[in-house]
Design a protein around this ligand. Sequence first.
Ligand code: CTP
Ligand code: MG
Length: 181
Amino acid sequence: MDLLTVVVGALWAMLPAYVPNNAAVLFGGGPPVDAGRTLGGARLLGDGKTWRGTVAGIGAGLAVAGALNLVRPAVVDALGVALAGFPLRAAVGLAAGAMLGDVVASFAKRRLDRERGAAAPGLDQLDFVVGALALAAVVAPAWTRTTFSLAALAVVVAATPLLHLLTNAAAYGAGLKAEPW
Ligand code: CTP
Ligand code: MG
């Protein structure tokens, strides 16, 4: 299998995990998930994790998985590469896992006394990847194993921070996000 096939296949398979964060930025707001609760003097999660953002993120990830399933035959034809389809459990694992990873990272950031919005290089760019792959591996183990070879995982870990930085910088430039990370 050549490199291009691996890269295209890996990024395609991660799309339902990439979109939730961006949807959360677009649609977030309202009551925070932690309802203002604190732990050891700092917020449990902070005002950056809202119900609306979380639900919109998961919904957007599921919608993307459904849309990719629809266009997959045409894209496979056009590109001539094998691409994963998304059974419901895989879609749920990727979308909900991405949001979960982001929430867990905020929990960790608050424990380290980082204010909401403070940059945590590495964590900010990979929290949702680890969450998505971990939850997918739990709810759709066979699918995750066959879809993400070691080479595909390497591509995801290398390319995701770059994509994430680019989209967040764009969202910041468009006035949609308070910080560029
Ligand atoms: N967002 C949301 N709900 C989520 C995740 C994100 O509403 N579950 C929205 C919030 O408006 C948040 C923005 O998306 O401010 C950017 O997300 P993120 O960078 O993850 O949050 P931060 O505000 O930077 O907070 P943190 O320091 O906890 O990462
Ligand atoms: Mg942030």
